[in-house]
Design a protein around this ligand. Structure first.
Ligand code: HEM
Length: 434
């Protein structure tokens, strides 16, 4: 091979950029074509659960990723703020907002047509992959307002009352390495690399202003648009959830209204919990016991005593001896709004699977073995965590039959501001005039 031939085969940085720019242009037209295709699919079959070609709009009254029909994958990340300068924080939020808006349409985080000599901002690893319904949902933790008694950004007086310090719940085994954080970013997409790519670009754009504290990936298998997905315990998960089509219920239970500060209106509070499930132990239980644990049938998802998945839960039903069909400590009884002064939350959880590690079981014969570190990344949104998650989980954490299989190892509470209008940055109103 001649030297000239060799040179043409060696990818130069400029060559890479030109190539990727070409691919971006191609991806851009695919986005437009895909959006039209997806609109047709929607008309035909209701809200599609997953589509690689569809774009979820970034701008609007509410942030994406809350009532968006759940995508197949998530990459949740919590960040610690490293800077003491408010200006640097604001500049980062501006960069994040613009990158998030671009990436949700399938574009790179920042324009790739920069000088060939500087490192590209976008890593380029999803160039050519459709937008995959990417959403990015941003949240503010208590540490933004007040960290170890320090008001780093002059925001302490603006901390919403509802952004409480999370109480310690019965059985919590939280580890610092997957708990808390000053900022949260939840990427959701129908492609796992698209979700990872998005957080990776934001972390790069954060530079020294913020650093990743912990992350958690998650997934939901494809059960088809019309079926409720099953979690790793084999049960349909989401049947009794709030409907994202019920705007009155969302206004009542999910979106912050006039009771909150202006920057939180149209926003919501995110509670995230990393719940490890002792799958090996669960899998040894009789199906009837599993059904009593939840208060629902495993295959159909119907409440105990009923036939169909969406039949109403009847907590009064008894067997011929007068015993409750749905036990006092069954998960759905403890979780149901009738047991919690009407409290409701919007659940948006993902299964997770982080390999295996050496674990001592808590039950006879106290087996010690390599066990799955797998379970649920429990995610829920609510108007106020005090009357939402905390209200429900306080009793649930003490009495739920399911707890014997679940260990909560991570937790976070974040105030997710309302959505941004084009040209604004996420949380802008919090910083204006404070
Ligand atoms: C490992 C953790 C968890 C698992 C595997 C799990 C699983 C389930 C399943 C299978 C159902 C029945 C189907 C459905 O209605 O979706 C359900 C219902 C529910 N869960 Fe959970 N859950 C977990 C944690 C939690 C937590 C921490 C909360 C809130 C504090 C919660 C709140 C609810 C609510 C509100 C319902 C609906 C109850 C009703 O029918 O009214 N869950 N969960």
């Amino acid at each position: 091979m001649s030297q000239a031939e060799e040179r043409t085969l060696q990818p130069t940085r400029r060559g890479f950029l030109v190539t990727t720019a070409g691919l971006v242009a191609t991806a851009g037209s695919a986005v437009r074509a895909g959006a039209a295709g997806a609109a047709q699919a929607k008309d035909a079959a209701g809200a599609p659960r997953r589509s690689k070609d569809q774009v979820e709009s970034f701008w609007g009254k509410h942030q994406g990723g809350i009532v968006t029909p759940a995508q197949a994958h998530t990459y949740f990340a919590s960040f610690d703020l490293e800077t003491a300068k408010r200006d640097e924080l604001v500049a980062m939020l501006r960069r994040w907002t613009s990158a998030a808006a671009r990436m949700s349409t399938g574009l790179p985080a920042e324009s790739l047509s920069q000088g060939a000599e500087s490192a590209a901002v976008d890593t380029g690893d999803v160039v050519g992959v459709p937008p995959s319904r990417l959403t990015l949902t941003f949240g503010f933790g208590a540490g933004l307002f007040d960290k170890d008694g320090k008001d780093r950004y002059g925001l302490a007086g603006r901390r919403p009352e509802a952004l409480v310090d999370m109480p310690t719940f019965a059985g919590d085994q939280l580890v610092a390495a997957s708990t808390g954080g000053d900022l949260s970013v939840q990427a959701c997409a129908d492609d796992t690399q698209v979700a990872f790519h998005a957080v990776r670009q934001l972390a790069r754009l954060a530079s020294d202003v913020a650093q990743i504290r912990w992350v958690q990936t998650g997934f939901i298998a494809d059960f088809g648009a019309k079926s409720t997905p099953r979690n790793l315990m084999g049960f349909k998960d989401g049947t009794g959830n709030l409907s994202v089509g019920d705007s009155a219920a969302l206004d009542q239970f999910v979106w912050v209204g006039r009771e909150g500060p202006a920057w939180m209106r149209g926003g919501s509070y995110l509670v995230v919990r990393r719940s490890r499930i002792a799958l090996e132990h669960w899998d040894r239980m009789a199906v009837s016991f599993q059904e009593q644990t939840f208060g629902r049938h495993k295959l159909s998802g119907a409440p105990l005593g009923k036939k169909n998945e969406f039949d109403a839960l009847d907590l009064e039903l008894t067997d011929h001896d007068g015993n409750a069909l749905i036990l006092d400590n069954a998960h759905v009884r403890l979780a149901n709004h009738a047991s919690n002064d009407g409290a409701r939350i919007l659940r948006r959880s993902y299964s997770y699977n982080d390999g295996v590690n050496f674990t001592a079981e808590r039950w006879p014969p106290w087996r010690q073995a390599m066990e799955y570190d797998a379970g649920l990344l429990f995610v829920c949104y609510q108007r106020d965590p005090r009357s939402g998650f905390i209200r429900i989980f306080d009793r649930m954490s003490k009495f739920d039959m399911m707890n014997q299989f679940v260990t909560n190892t991570g937790s976070g509470l974040f105030a997710c501001p309302g959505g941004a209008a084009e040209g604004e940055f996420i949380g802008q109103q919090l910083f204006e005039g404070a």
